[in-house]
Design a protein around this ligand. Sequence first.
Ligand SMILES: [Zn+2]
Ligand SMILES: [Zn+2]
Length: 505
Amino acid sequence: MKKRILAWLLAVALLLGGCGIVADGNKEQPCDSHTDANYNGECDWCGHSVMTTVDFYTVNDLHGKVADGENHPGVDELTTFFKNAHETDDNVVILSAGDMWQGSSESNLTHGLLMTDWMNRVGFVAMTLGNHEYDWGESYIEENQAFAEFPFLAINIYERATNEPVDYCRPSVVVEADGIQIGIIGAMGDCYSSIAADKVEDVYFKTGAALTALVKEESDRLRSEGVDFIVYVLHDGYGRSAGSTATTVAPSQMASYYDVALSDGYVDLVFEGHTHQQYLIMDQYGVYHLQNRGDNKGGISHVEVEFNTVTGSFNVRQKELIRTDSYERLPDDSIVDELLDKYEDQVSVGNQIVGRNARKRNGDYLCQTAADLYYQVGMERWGSAYPIVLGGGYLNVRSPYSLAAGDVKYSQLQSLFPFDNDLVLCSVSGRDLLDKFINSKHDSYFICGDAQRMKDVDPAGTYYIVVDTYTSSYAPNRLTVVEEYTSGVYARDLLADYIGKGGME
Ligand SMILES: [Zn+2]
Ligand SMILES: [Zn+2]
């Protein structure tokens, strides 16, 4: 009896086969174009599932942490994690929310090229530019963009000279997964103050209402072209006033960086970066926002979205902050060794031992030592021609925030002082010298100088100080550059020299 029914169904199927429709109930053979009039996730004709999932994995603020470090894994385990995801998930979209290049010897010595190479190999779909992508100026962004196999995104970075968007960024990119069109829009936040001003003097960022308008317009354009789902990847986040210890963000606090009007139909999911805070929140429109800690210390953000490939409707199936400890025990991928081999000529200087450090040194000690050295080298170079009052300025160490006892490698100093800020001799009014330097209450201002000259400062006079270009180009300091020290000598180089001469033994 059963056999006869099957035979009959087969005959009907063969009769209908010419128009691509298979008889209802035949679940063996999917038809050419599914429909799902009753929205049950199964084709009305062949009964096959019309659902698919897309797994979004977003990395923010990796800051060049390619190799295993004292307090973070390298990208070797992360690579294994992504390879596993590609094997088990239907569709994988790997994104970056910016600040990928700046912050390790391997990455910095190649100006981000090694990191970009890793991103190519792992299959990143897009990267939103972060403020630190500007740390070596626009030419390196252009070089890395030429090498990248994925677009750099930022809808709101404009050239001052032309008022046109910069040509190394795109406003958005569209990718397709099982027929679902996914639009990804990128934007740079209001992050000027964390970029050395001289590195961004040719560009400006549209922020606030102007940024909202740009994103709405782009979203409308994408939707009109059939895009089903829009991801917004923003290099900004809550926390400019929260301090780096906050771990959760109340939706009401988002106004400082995100216009929630965008969640009213313009964007469906938001990944953020820059503030290095771990959070997973849902705003009043039901749109999720995720950010993770930087430096490969916190993990990555993951959202799995299930789509009906016929209707385009979707629901968020899973959202989580994947902690570093859940992948750092995975087997190492050989990718890191391959990359370090490939770029050996550029990165080998990082392995040089510059000298010995007798005990663990904290950040304040290291910054104060750098300020002392700014003053010292400034006095040696210019002391006979200019009555220099002090050296120092804004100094701030990066992860791992302290220097361990023992042999010191150049790469350790590069992680602590990653920025390429040249030394300069500047003139300054007595008033600003007192307010911004000598009497500064700012935690990150370190100075060293001539005690008598500091005491005798007349607010109406003009004085000379030695700082780096981060401090000199910070407009509120109102410094005028008089002369540049040898270009390409940075805080870390002065420290390497000092340690080499036994300064920390
Ligand atoms: Zn960052
Ligand atoms: Zn940033």
